[in-house]
Design a protein around this ligand. Structure first.
Ligand code: FES
Length: 576
């Protein structure tokens, strides 16, 4: 790209008062005149935070990116973004994903950046950055922080979340001692990085790679592995070339790229959260992505990756087996081969040399774990706009099931009554949880995997059908119907379910049916009233006023699609 076309020249290349001010004040950081000689300015958007343990090592990653940018003749400038720490942030990071996306978009647009390297890791930080970068549409490449090393508890390998939920159920059932539980706490998260099962962070890192927004192999390299820093350095070098090539997200985030990502999601048994995030990212890129597309592709994409919570291994094993490039190579007959990526080459060219080193971790396409993808989309009178179920993490005997509803009005009600010995529930019952969707909770927290009632746990019940308008942690498992849309808080049919109603789940036919007559549902609907809003001011009110439903990606209505602002025109006087 000719120097005159660089956005940064609108700030640093001027010979007027503004140019003086822009250069002079930045020189306060000790930069020499050389940095203003017309070289590309590369922003490093860093979601580092000590409140986000998964991203706490990203300053080291940023240094590696800087090395790459400097060695390629660029001017790197690191800047912080909001960070969303999955385990500490309440009520849920999902309430703030769109806020982070706005932060990323507006910083890219408002500052003199010719290209940006996005550093993410924990669950929501990856989609938020991709959403913001898609809207800003300045050349962008992502480097995720990588998964932690596997947890080791004595000789047992334990995975983030997945094994915690498993052993918590054992603890509640009285089959695990307090001492063992405490000991496990220190053995689980033993290195830098994000959760090391195929939870939401690993899934979204894989989605970023399958979409073409990272260098090949990025998703699975463990956070402490030296090769992650080497990849970060190479990403710093590559963004310089992308600026010259004017390779923007709008050229990468195309409909074929989303198809490829969905295929990859189904093959890896990815988190259900990926569906919401992919729909949201597509919405920013102007790509129409209905839930039906996920189900269409799920039916014809084999499930290949044997990693928890849907399989046996952990992300470290996935990396040693070949990581996502090996999966994509297996999937080549099903992919859009020409989809452009940040390398400037197609996805198929990127993975042509990939090797599958362990066919038990990454199954060959001809010998899959199952012939269908990990996630399915349900429809029916209980979820007119769709619902999601991760069949790869569900119990086979419950995939076709009829049972009586045990309904909880909200999360508080659930926790007040779930362990009540008099709760009228048995193993055939279906637990229905309302008011935990985008507007209901609000923020659509990961409360969908409701606990099994204590009295059933004690008798050995490990799974039940559970239905809600919430999300579920990507590390969780069970026969859990999620993202019911429209949600209860806006009067969706879920709001009308009562104790004792019969519900039928039929995964093979993709149906979720409330077996109550239309007349009775109309009668209940006539008596239904919405709850008072949880927020009446601030960001919470903005969220409630503008958030879309689960099948629309839970983005804000005013952030989707549209013509990007012409960034070249945005630099002007900024002082008074
Ligand atoms: Fe950050 Fe799991 S808590 S990825």
């Amino acid at each position: 790209m000719a120097e005159s076309r660089l956005r940064s020249r609108n700030w640093f290349g001027r010979n007027d008062l503004d140019g003086f001010v822009h250069r002079s004040w930045i020189k306060a950081e000790g930069f020499s005149e050389r940095m203003f000689d017309g070289r590309p300015v590369i922003g490093i958007a860093n979601s580092w935070s000590e409140l986000t343990n998964c991203n706490a090592h990203l300053r080291q990653v940023a240094e590696a990116v800087k090395r790459g940018v400097l060695s390629a003749g660029g001017f790197p400038l690191e800047f912080p973004t909001i960070s969303l720490g999955e385990v500490l942030m309440k009520p849920t990071t999902m309430l703030f994903r769109n806020l982070m996306a706005m932060d990323v978009e507006e910083c890219i647009r408002a500052y003199p950046l010719d290209g940006v390297v996005l550093l993410s890791g924990c669950d929501k930080t990856t989609p938020a950055m991709l959403m913001g970068a898609a809207s800003a549409d300045v050349p962008a490449i992502m480097v995720t922080g990588g998964p932690m090393l596997r947890g080791m508890w004595g000789q047992e390998e334990i995975g983030s979340g997945t094994d915690v939920w498993k052993y918590w159920a054992e603890r509640r059932a009285g089959r695990m001692s307090e001492e063992a539980w405490c000991e496990m706490e220190s053995c689980l998260s033993r290195s830098a990085g994000h959760c090391m099962v195929m939870g939401t962070a690993s899934t979204m890192a894989s989605m970023a790679e399958a979409l073409g927004m990272t260098l090949p192999g990025n998703a699975a390299i463990p956070a402490p592995d030296a090769r992650r820093l080497a990849l970060a350095e190479m990403s710093g070098r590559r963004i310089m070339e992308m600026v010259r090539e004017d390779l923007k997200p709008s050229r990468i985030l195309t409909a074929p790229a989303f198809d490829n990502a969905i295929r990859a999601d189904m093959a890896i048994g990815g988190s259900t959260n990926a569906i919401i995030h992919l729909v949201a990212i597509a919405g920013r890129a102007g790509v129409h992505l209905p839930l039906t597309r996920f189900d269409d592709l799920s039916r014809s994409t084999p499930f290949l990756v044997n990693v928890r919570p849907s399989g046996k291994y952990l992300m470290e094993d996935f990396f040693y087996a070949g990581g996502l490039p090996a999966v994509l190579k297996e999937l080549l007959p099903l992919l859009h081969l020409d989809a452009l990526t940040v390398t400037g080459r197609s996805l198929s060219e990127n993975v042509a040399g990939a090797t599958n080193h362990n066919s038990d971790v990454i199954r060959p396409l001809a010998i899959p774990i199952s012939s269908e993808g990990g996630t399915v989309i349900l429809t029916g009178n209980l979820c007119p706009d769709g619902a999601v179920l991760k069949q790869s993490a569900a119990s086979p005997h419950l995939l076709v099931h009829r049972g009586r509803a045990v309904a909880f009005e909200d999360h508080r009600d659930l926790h007040a009554r779930i362990d009540d010995p008099h709760l009228p529930v048995d193993e055939t019952s279906i637990l229905v949880l309302k008011h935990v969707g985008p507007k209901g909770a609000p923020g659509m927290p990961e409360w969908g995997a409701a606990p099994i009632p204590h009295k059933l746990l004690k008798s050995g019940v490990k799974d039940m059908v559970r239905i809600s308008d919430a999300r579920m942690s990507g590390t969780s498992y069970g026969t859990v119907v999620l993202h019911v849309s429209p949600e209860a808080a806006i009067g969706g049919p879920l709001a009308l379910v009562r104790d004792g109603d019969e519900i039928e789940l039929n995964v093979p036919s993709r149906r979720l049916t409330l077996r109550v007559s239309d007349q009775e549902l109309d009668r209940r609907r006539a008596g239904w009233k919405p709850r008072a809003p949880e927020f009446t001011r601030g960001y919470g009110k903005l969220f409630l006023d503008h958030v879309l439903q689960a099948h629309e990606g839970v983005d804000f209505d005013f952030l989707r699609g549209g013509t990007p602002v012409r960034l070249e025109d945005t630099a002007g006087p900024s002082h008074s």
